[in-house]
Design a protein around this ligand. Structure first.
Ligand code: ZN
Ligand code: ZN
Length: 82
């Protein structure tokens, strides 16, 4: 039994709990990706890349409607990650 959390196996969040292994590394931003992270093979990018990029697109565009924004974002992602 674990001395820290008094459970076998350890409770989630216990410092003695086995570390989750990354399933892959994003080739674009080099982030370690875990099972609950999303990877987009069509863009060679992970959710962090996309978020990051979407944020940049958003920052530079002050006037857009939702549909057009998504259209542009997809287009720009295609450009950027092709
Ligand atoms: Zn423990
Ligand atoms: Zn990434």
């Amino acid at each position: 039994m674990c001395e820290m959390c008094l459970h076998t196996p350890c409770l989630k969040g216990c410092p003695n709990a086995p570390q989750e292994q990354p399933i892959m590394q994003c080739p674009n931003c080099k982030a370690d990706l875990f099972v609950d992270n999303t990877y987009y093979p069509e863009f060679d990018a992970c959710e962090f890349c996309i978020d990051d990029y979407a944020q940049k697109v958003e920052d530079t565009r002050c006037d857009y409607d939702e549909d057009r924004y998504h259209y542009y974002r997809d287009k720009e992602l295609e450009e950027r990650f092709k």
